[in-house]
Design a protein. Structure first.
Ligand code: SF4
Ligand code: SF4
Length: 499
């Protein structure tokens, strides 16, 4: 059994199993009511109690209490098959912190049974800036000219991991037509009837002249989440819109933006759009050069000590910048950084700093809605929104991205059935489990097809890649974008740039 030399008290002095044992109180919170079963995508697909949240919690407890061997096949298989989507937390009346426990269970399994070479390679690439730079450059080269998409379509199904990986890479491409204003006809037809004066008013003003034709944000009906221990009943972004006045009258805020690893390497355009939109809304952006990967993928894969090292590096880097807020445009990274306080709660040297750091972290849309956001030019597109699990279930931000999208004049927001169900991407899950991940994403793709939307938006790189890969493999060239790209384009058309 391997030891974990860094991090919390247990990590320093004990074994990976001690890390799970230390969470007895969190494990005992489950009262086995079963309300979570039908919210769980793996239970509804596999129909096995051991692949449900309740079943997995029973396995974790059995291992923690010494009734099941930590290296047992059953423990490894059922914990491995969990997406980590945290949909079970949203419906759990007992406030079980399932995601936190899952990370500890995976740490036990990684220590007992090792980590696959593919996962090790991916995690090392994310954590190290030089290798991340090189692999991203290679990735961009492969996606250019559609090489990755062609190779993905030519790769036989039996090479599922390679096929999915190539299709994911292809899905990171920018949608050139958005900037050119040429989107296959439909946008131009709608644009001809919807151009109008540019407004610079805040969101949510009744009777606003440039209000969208179909503000369908209200058509997305999401279940009200149950509160977790020590948490207010709902998170921010649940439909409370700041009706701020002219942006110029508001206090200028000094903020930093997390660049991320995958986001910086393959979606730099999203980071650039984020900075432009924040500047247009009166923020001063402080560049934090020493920042790095947030550590979410490491925690989800059982590399908890590495994840905590990455957290400490970021706390150091952002503290030195002295900003009021740390803005995150990737749902998975935002969820992780808001939880640095909990992640390092057993580390006496870092726990207070980690809590202070987490209190400054804001999801991009949460921030824009709280602050009030300017309106740009019309963008006549039919768009559907898929909710990333780590925004919707982990951060409990359900309305903010919809409200921002609904503020874009002439944008038609078409509701997506089961938008709050996982797409099967779940960090590196889509690559590790191409079959089950593929089954789950296929249901998502069928729902997307039924919307008739021209564009799919979702604010998380993993979800963009998973849904985009499914579309690439179906030969569907519908783009999957980050929602901030649409607001940024609306600003560009209004000449708002980054003044
Ligand atoms: S809903 Fe919560 S308390 Fe009930 S079985 Fe699921 S995890 Fe346990
Ligand atoms: S995290 Fe998602 S896949 Fe895992 S048990 Fe909970 S609902 Fe099921």
């Amino acid at each position: 059994m391997s030891t974990l030399p860094r991090g919390s008290m247990e990590e320093r002095t004990g074994t990976a199993l001690d890390v799970l044992r230390a969470e007895e109180e969190r494990l005992l919170a489950c009262v086995h009511c079963g309300f979570c079963l039908n919210a769980c995508p793996t239970y509804t697909r596999l129909g096995d109690e051991a692949d449900s949240p309740r079943g997995r919690l029973v396995l974790m407890r059995a291992v923690a209490e010494g009734r099941l061997e930590p290296d047992s096949e059953a423990f490894a298989r059922h914990i491995d098959q969990c997406l980590g989507c945290r949909a079970c937390e949203t419906v759990c009346p007992s406030g079980v912190e399932y995601g936190f426990l899952l990370e500890r269970a995976r740490t036990v399994i990684a220590a007992e049974r090792g980590t696959s070479p593919l996962t090790k390679m991916l995690l090392a690439g994310f954590a190290n800036r030089s290798s991340s730079f090189v692999s991203s450059a290679l990735g961009r080269l492969l996606r250019a000219g559609g090489i990755a998409a062609t190779l993905a379509r030519l790769t036989p199904r039996r090479f599922g991991t390679m096929r999915t990986g190539l299709a994911m890479l292809a899905a990171t491409r920018p949608w050139e037509a958005l900037r050119r204003g040429s989107t296959g006809g439909a946008l131009e037809e709608r644009e001809a009837v919807s151009t109008g004066p540019v407004q610079s008013t805040a969101l949510g003003q009744p009777g606003e002249p440039d209000a969208p034709d179909t503000p369908a944000a209200d058509n997305y009906e999401f279940a009200e989440p149950h509160a977790r221990a020590g948490e207010a009943p709902t998170g921010t972004g649940m439909g409370t819109m700041t009706a701020a006045g002219d942006v110029a009258a508001r206090k200028r805020l000094r903020v930093a933006v997390l660049r991320g690893c995958v986001q910086d390497g393959l979606f730099r355009r999203v980071n650039d759009a984020t900075v432009r939109v924040l500047r247009a809304n009166g923020c001063e952006i402080v560049d934090v050069g020493a920042q790095g990967c947030c550590g979410a993928l490491h925690a989800h894969s059982g590399a908890l000590a590495d994840s905590h090292d990455l957290a400490r590096r970021n706390i150091d880097a952002f503290e030195a910048a002295g900003v009021e807020y740390i803005i995150v445009n990737a749902a998975g990274c935002g969820a992780m950084m808001k939880e640095y306080g909990a992640q390092l709660e057993r580390d006496p040297e870092w726990s207070e700093r980690a809590k202070r750091f987490s209190s400054k972290v804001r999801d991009l849309f949460e921030f824009l809605v709280e602050r009030g956001v300017r309106t740009g030019a019309p963008l006549p597109l039919r768009v559907t929104y898929d909710a990333p699990c780590h925004l919707h279930h982990a951060q409990r931000i359900t309305r903010a991205p919809l409200d921002v999208l609904a503020s874009i004049p002439s944008l038609e927001l078409v509701p997506l059935e089961d938008a709050d169900e996982c797409c099967g991407g779940a960090g590196v899950y889509g690559i590790q489990h191409p079959e089950l991940g593929g089954r789950i994403v296929n249901d998502k793709l069928d729902a997307i097809a039924r919307t008739g939307a021209q564009v799919v938006v979702t604010p998380n790189p993993g979800c963009i890649m998973q849904i985009g890969a499914g579309l690439v493999l179906r030969g569907d060239d519908r783009p999957v974008l980050h929602p901030i790209e649409l607001l940024d384009e609306s600003y560009r058309r209004a000449g708002m740039g980054s003044e």
